[in-house]
Design a protein. Structure first.
Length: 214
């Protein structure tokens, strides 16, 4: 079986709506339309209407319209989850015959010559953060199309150790054998200023779908 969750909850939908842009439009003082623009830029709409314009209430109209939009979103998220569970189950049941970098049961990476694919997706195109992580662990450099800084990209730094740098503080001196300081794996960024810093993902980065190979 798959490790994916088996249901969509109201809490998950509330969190998704909180990360989205919600707009309202009123037509003829009867019809209220709520538009949820998701982080992926996909839009979901909901409507609420009254019989007589004299009964129109802006607050109630927006409340009911948003509730109806969330009902549609629930169906979409339910289908997406069911589809993800089905695909995960299919991948686990298929033998891996390629040179996989990720665990074979998921059959993620297929690298042949200069072509690189993840789960059948061509990495020459833009992709999401999940595929960006797999690309990093495969030794690829990635970046976002939306980044403005010139020459910026991310790369994966595997766990290793470095000699303690002696200075007036010597904060790590004498702690590790041979003064070799171990560190865990991390993601580093080559910045537009031509230096390298450890990198942490923002919510925008995690939900973005404009990742690409650098």
């Amino acid at each position: 079986m798959t490790d994916l969750r088996n249901k969509v909850t109201k809490e998950q939908l509330d969190e998704l709506v909180a990360q989205s842009k919600v707009e309202y439009a009123v037509f003829g003082k009867k019809l209220t339309v709520a538009v949820i623009t998701l982080p992926t830029n996909f839009k979901v709409t909901g409507e609420a209407s009254c019989v007589d314009a004299s009964n129109f209430n802006k607050e109630l109209g927006e409340t009911y319209a948003l509730e109806n939009a969330v009902k549609k979103l629930w169906e979409l998220e339910g289908y997406l989850l069911a589809n993800d569970r089905y695909r995960a189950k299919q991948k686990k049941s298929e033998p891996c015959t390629n040179n996989c970098v990720a665990p074979c049961e998921y059959n993620y990476f297929v690298v042949g010559g200069s072509a690189t694919q993840v789960g059948g997706i061509n990495l020459a195109d833009k992709f999401d953060f999940g595929l960006a992580i797999h690309a990093l662990k495969s030794g690829k450099k990635v970046m976002r199309a939306g980044w403005n800084g010139k020459g910026m990209f991310l790369y994966y730094v595997p766990a290793a150790s470095y000699p303690m740098q002696r200075n007036s503080l010597e904060t790590m001196g004498g702690i590790f054998p041979d003064d070799m300081v171990p560190y865990g794996a991390y993601i580093a960024m080559k910045t537009a200023q031509d230096n390298v810093v450890p990198w942490l993902a923002s919510q925008t980065d995690v939900l973005a779908e404009d990742w690409q190979l650098a």
